[in-house]
Structures are given as C-alpha cells and as structure tokens.
Design a binder for this molecule. Structure first.
Ligand code: GLN
Length: 459
C-alpha cells in the first residue's frame, strides 16, 4: 500500500528515482521472522524508510542522479543500509537528488528536478524547489509516505531541504555514522544524515545507524552512547547557554526568518536559558573555503569515472584517451564538469599554496571560532537560521548561476561541515507564503544528546 502511495508521489513530485517494493516486501518478511525469534521489537521494525540514491544498495541500481551511473548496480550495501535492514526497516525506494550531490536545489538531477510538496501552483515552473541535494528524501518524509529518510550532508544537503520542506534534518558529528558505501562528494566533509517528522523519530534512526565501522576508518572508534531523550515535560532549558552568532544577521536574510530567529531566542530566554550574542569572525568565510576544498576533493573523487571499470562508457572511441574524454563528457552534467575543472585548477602546482593550503588554514580558523564559543565562552548550542529565505520558486532559482545559488543557500550550513560538528534544522512556523521557516542548532562535537534535547524542546 505504501509502495503504491509512494508511486504517486514519485511521479508527481519526482521524489524517487526508483521504488523498491521487492526489498520492502522481503525485508518486512525477514524482520517479522526476526521479531518472532527475538520476541522483542526494534523501533524501526516494519517501518518504511527511503534512502538517497548515492548510497549503495546490493543488486539495486544506485545512480547518484547521473547518466554516468545510470546502469550501475552495486554488489554490496552501504553500512547505513545494512544497519537499517538489520533493524527491521523497510527500504521503500531510492530518492532523487542533485547529480553527485552537487547543488542546493535538487534541480540538477539527470532524472529531472524534485518538486516541493508545499507548492501552491505546479504549472509553468511556478512550483517551489525542495532545496538540495537530498530533496527527494525531504519530500518522501514531508509528503507522509515515509517515517524517515536518509540523506547526505556535505555542506547542508540534509538541512537545506529539511528547512524548505518543513521536516527535521540532522547532520551528526563527522564520523558518528559510517560513510562506507556512500558515494563520495568531498570525503572530509561528507556526513550521512537523517530526515524525519520530529526529533524523536530522527533519534530512532540515528541510534540504529550510528557507531564504529571497520569499513570506514574515519568513524569514531569508541562506541558512543546512544542518544536518549526524556519525555518533553521532563525537558527544560533553564541554564542552557545559547549563542547567537552576530555575523549570521546578514544581508539577504528574509525579515520573517529574522523575526522567527529573534522570537525563538526570546522564548528560550523567557524560559530560563542564557541567551548571548557571540562573535565568530570567520564563519561567513565558510562559503569560500567550502568552494575551494569541495572542488579539490571533487576533482580527485571524480577521476574514478573513466568509462573503463564501471559507469557510462562512450560507444565509439579511437583511443583510450578518447574513451575517457567522451565517456566523461557524455556522463557528467555541467555542474560536475565545472567543479572538476575548478578543482584541478586549484590543485595545480603553481596554485596549490594559494588556494588549497590557504583554504585549509581558514578552515582551521573557522574550527577555532567554534572551539572558542563552545570551550572558552561555555556556549552549549548555537542558534541560527538554516536558510536565508523560505523555499524559492523554481523559475527564479534556475535563473541565477549555480554558483550563486549554492553560495547563498549554504551560508549557514557549511560551517558545521568544515568543523565536523553536529547540527540540526527544525521547522518552526509558516511564512506569509505558506511555506516552512526553520532554524538551525549547532552543538560541540559528539554533543548530540544536548543538541537534540534543546531541539525537541523548541519543536
Ligand atoms: N550545496 C553544496 C554543494 O553543492 C552542498 C551539497 C551537499 O551538502 N551535498 O556542494
């Protein structure tokens, strides 16, 4: 039944690249066997979950929304997928996204853009974008067909669509969830993330998929205690120190988003939290640092797609070099090609120090800004907007150059990826356009418990 409903959403909003009813059935049978055997329930037993199409799924095509991987069928499951199935979840389908996760709108997919379920008008490109790149996962949750969905967040790709689609989007601490089987965008920033209707549901999924993994050497080795949230009436924010980074009050912030931010800060204060303005002088430089580092890592990661081992292969080529060139120029979209070019330019011997090394230094300064507020100023959580505005109209979004779009949309989200800290987007209210407005909370490394407790109180 769910698969049928999903099929409707899939075709109308283009949220799925592929539905996987066969897996849904087999994994739900398997989980009920397990249930009978163990006589106990996992919170995800029989629960429908969608997974972004950049996670490898055994015997199920995994495309990254690219022509390059249109016919790629992995021989193994990503750790996240294995753990979900082990917990009894039902894999409902693979969700649509920006090609290779490069974008902030979910409009750059080989399979066409994803449409926001909150749109009033679907005619003449008047619909709203979902945000990206995990737009399909956000719509799968916002439209009610999934309990939760898995996305990936390198610079905001879980939190931005969560914000535009009115769901909770969590990017945990780097290394808390294994990246094994997640097709990389930028390894030093990639983070699997969870989208769900509320904080408690997010936690159920997080607890099922987090923890060390021998297949990913960057996972945090010590087993980290599972997140446990008290009932809402047992949570209070008294004494919690909330930081408001003054640099985030910047040009381009929609007045209604600013008002929401101020209002929630006031409510926190009225309930006993200590709300303080903090200065993070390097935080808005994240956009530049992110661009340089992301493109450098992309240039290196994309080198594997040469049309020989796997991925798209050009049908005619006179030499090996021509085969590489043709396969790559046919297989990638313009965004991917531009990033490969830019990345290789930054990595040229003559540019390396000036771009890559310099960006790494500023990354350290951003990291130190967080260290200062969390460890020296004693801040528990930082409160910012997630995005500058509510969901843009598709027609307006695609007129600006992709670079501008990314820069604008990722302003508040990239810092957490550069520093590896956890962050969550929480829907707060509707704007006068009848679209969700969301705020972001960021916490110190491995402070998911505290972060999500405050998030649950706010939601
Ligand atoms: N918009 C950013 C980019 O295009 C972030 C994407 C992401 O988090 N995957 O790189």
């Amino acid at each position: 039944e769910h698969a049928l409903q999903a099929a409707k959403v899939a075709s109308h909003l283009n949220a799925f690249i592929r539905l996987t009813p066969e897996v849904a059935l087999s994994s739900s049978n398997e989980s009920s066997f397990r249930y009978q055997r163990r006589g106990q329930r996992s919170p995800l037993e029989g629960v429908p979950i969608a997974v972004k199409d950049n996670y490898c799924t055994k015997d199920i095509p995994t495309t990254c929304a690219s022509k390059m991987l249109e016919k790629f069928v992995p021989t193994y499951n990503a750790t996240v997928v294995d753990r979900l199935i082990h917990a009894g979840a039902v894999l409902l389908g693979k969700t649509n996204m920006d090609e290779f996760s490069m974008g902030s709108g979910s409009v750059e997919s080989f399979f066409g853009p994803v449409k926001n379920v909150w749109s009033k008008d679907f005619e003449n490109d008047n619909w709203r974008i979902t945000g990206g790149s995990s737009g399909g996962s956000a719509v799968a949750v916002a439209s009610g067909i999934c309990f939760a969905a898995i996305g990936s967040d390198t610079g905001g790709s879980v939190r931005i669509p969560a914000s535009y689609c009115g769901v909770v989007g969590l990017k945990p601490t780097y290394g808390l969830i294994s990246r094994h089987g997640l097709i990389p965008l930028a390894n030093s920033m990639d983070c699997p993330g969870v989208l769900a209707n509320n904080v408690d549901d997010c936690v159920s999924v997080l607890n099922a998929i987090s923890g060390p993994d021998d297949c990913d050497s960057t996972t945090i080795k010590e087993p980290y205690p599972k997140v446990e949230l008290p009932f809402l009436d047992q949570i209070n924010v008294e004494g919690i120190r909330v930081g408001i980074p003054e640099q985030c009050s910047c040009e381009g912030l929609m007045p209604e988003v600013r008002d929401t931010w101020v209002k929630i800060a006031d409510i926190l204060e009225d309930n006993g939290a200590q709300v303080r303005r903090v200065s993070m002088p390097n935080i808005l430089n994240s956009i530049y640092v992110y661009s340089v580092l992301n493109q450098c890592e992309v240039a290196s990661n994309m080198a594997r797609y040469d049309g020989v081992e796997y991925g798209h292969r050009a049908s005619t080529a006179a030499s090996t070099e021509e085969l590489y060139a043709k396969s790559r120029s046919e297989g990638f979209n313009i965004v991917v090609k531009t990033r490969i070019l830019a990345g290789n330019y930054f990595l040229l011997k003559r540019n390396y120090d000036n771009y890559y090394i310099r960006a790494m230094k500023v990354r350290r300064m951003i990291f130190n800004d967080f260290k200062q507020v969390f460890e020296k100023d004693g801040i528990d959580v930082l409160l910012t907007p997630t995005t500058l505005t509510d969901a843009p109209l598709y027609r307006e979004f695609v007129t600006k150059s992709n670079r501008d779009q990314c820069a604008l949309n990722d302003l508040f989200t990239t810092p957490a990826n550069l520093a590896g800290i956890p962050a969550v987007s929480i829907p707060i209210r509707l704007s006068s356009n009848c679209l969700p407005i969301s705020l972001q909370l960021m916490g110190n490394t491995l402070q998911e418990n505290l972060l999500l407790r405050v998030a649950k109180w706010i939601e």
